[in-house]
Design a protein around this ligand. Sequence first.
Ligand code: HEC
Length: 145
Amino acid sequence: MNQGCPTNPMTYWKTLLALLIIAIVSSPAFADDIAEGRQLYLRYCASCHGIDGDGNGPLAGSLTTPPPNLRQLSLRYGNPLPRDRIARFIDGRADVKAHGTRDMPVWGERFYAEPNGSEAATRERIRKLVAYLQSIQTGARTASR
Ligand code: HEC
């Protein structure tokens, strides 16, 4: 009897398949964007937009423009959200060039300026934030997900 390498061809293929699945699932592409987006949200956005995204953060009262309820973005923009448009707004660099200052911080600039900041890292962060915002939509036009 040979007990070294699995001699049964099915065992061999199952082992190979299992290894392949582990490799795919642990690749960065499968990291949980929404969970990471939520961490970023709590760190950078909740002070104004509120922990729940309802616009009632502790800084809200001191702003000229009240921070909008981000759970209802879909009422304004439709669902699924136009991700590029929302991302561009959060980034802000293009808009500020076109329309001047705004009350919302220019996150593209801030993320870029952080240690290890880069254009790619900035886009990644904003992409995850938008994924999180999509996940918290409660408006009437919310899709079934
Ligand atoms: C200093 C307070 C403040 C912080 C912090 C802040 N925002 Fe805002 N945000 C605002 C205000 C005020 C507006 C209203 C638009 C304006 O005048 O700038 C706004 C608008 C928005 C909008 C557009 C809403 C719409 O209806 O079009 C989005 C999306 C948004 N914020 C996302 C974020 C995200 C994501 C973060 C964190 C990375 C964040 N905000 C952090 C104050 C803030």
